[in-house]
Design a protein around this ligand. Structure first.
Ligand code: SF4
Ligand code: SF4
Ligand code: SF4
Length: 345
């Protein structure tokens, strides 16, 4: 039996009420061959959750699509929480939402079930341009209400060529309105985002501007933040400047987390279009060759092999490399930001 990471991301539904240009859900990719299955019902999700606990999973993130569109979401959260407590686990459940259907009842449900709520805010002026829905003020309102009842939240910002100019304001308003922490994701091509790659991908100067701007707001507000989508270390001009901002440079897929899609199919990362197994099958990871590339980090591009930073850097996103070049060990040249310049000793 394959050893699984300790965190499972449950994608409860393929449906969404936003049409984000940056959306990386593989089933929204142009000409997608992703096999959309029948969505699991409450009883099936309960079986999945029990199986995952039995396999040693300790933490859950809930996403979609948009998870508030799944009618059994409240029962699933209660089940994860109650079953976790029975087993002596008291980890927060992370719920990732676009906030469009948020209401007071959901916030109370989250509070009662130890949820950490991550809401998407891809710009203020540019919110509608990115998502197709005009709801930046709605998201800010629910950050305020969450803070009022003592619910921890993250403002989750996908940074693109179209919104990086207003990043200072976007982070500031997220924090001022009550978000407890900041998560930035540089735009990565994949899913629907493949259509908009030229429009949205940051170049190297914009990436560095994103990092420096975030650091500036975080210093001013005395907060800390994180960039989740892995960055090649050599693309960062002045890493020593960033004390309040941390960034991922090592791919966590199949090591720290894995993903179960709305029909029970397994992928290494939410960004990945490749199904490697099914939670209902006896051998849940069937494509072990692909899984082990990620689990064992066997994917560094040839051009990086001699780099002294290789133990700290996985050379950008390994799924982007696969999506664009059909190999997880290809160069992530999804944007101009990748500069293969192996660091000197
Ligand atoms: S990024 Fe999230 S909110 Fe936007 S379309 Fe995709 S699933 Fe929906
Ligand atoms: S050369 Fe490769 S391993 Fe070295 S810092 Fe750049 S991306 Fe990372
Ligand atoms: S495949 Fe790895 S590097 Fe890419 S987004 Fe997923 S965890 Fe990050």
């Amino acid at each position: 039996m394959t050893c699984l990471p300790k965190c499972a991301v449950l994608e409860l539904t393929y449906q969404c009420n936003h049409k984000c240009k940056f959306c990386s859900c593989p089933w929204y990719a142009p000409n997608s061959s992703y096999s959309i299955g029948q969505e699991l019902n409450l009883n099936q999700w309960k079986q999945v959750i029990l199986k995952l606990y039995d396999l040693g999973i300790q933490a859950f993130s809930i996403s979609g699509g948009e998870c508030l569109l799944k009618d059994c979401l409240p029962d699933i959260l209660r089940f994860i929480n109650e079953e976790g407590q029975t087993r002596g686990l008291r980890k927060e459940i992370v719920v990732i939402s676009n906030g469009l259907l948020m209401n007071d009842d959901y916030l109370q449900l989250f509070k009662q079930n130890h949820v950490h709520l991550s809401m998407s805010l891809p710009g203020i002026e540019t919110f509608a341009q990115h998502t197709g829905v005009d709801n930046a003020n709605g998201v800010l309102h629910w950050f305020q209400e969450a803070k009022r009842i003592g619910l921890n939240t993250t403002v989750n910002i996908t940074v693109t060529k179209k919104n990086y100019y207003e990043l200072f304001r976007t982070i500031s308003l997220g924090l001022i309105n009550g978000a407890s922490s900041v998560l930035l994701n540089r735009f990565l091509p994949g899913g629907r985002g493949l259509i908009y790659q030229d429009e949205l991908a940051l170049n190297k100067a914009q990436l560095n501007c994103m990092l420096d701007t975030a650091e500036e707001v975080l210093i001013l507000s005395n907060r800390y933040g994180f960039v989740g989508t892995e960055i090649p270390l050599c693309a960062i001009d002045s890493p020593e400047k960033h004390k309040h901002l941390r960034y991922g440079t090592k791919c966590a897929a199949a090591k720290d987390f894995f993903v179960i899609d709305p029909a029970g199919q397994i992928r290494t990362c939410n960004h990945s279009p490749k199904v490697v197994g099914n939670i209902f099958h006896q051998e849940i990871i069937e494509d072990k060759e692909y899984w082990n590339i990620f689990a064992n980090s066997n994917y560094h591009p040839t051009i990086c092999q001699s780099c002294k930073l290789l133990n700290m850097c996985d050379c950008g996103c390994r799924e982007v490399a696969n999506i664009l070049h059909h190999s997880p060990s290809a160069v992530d040249d999804s944007t101009e930001l990748y500069v293969a310049r192996p660091a000197k000793p």
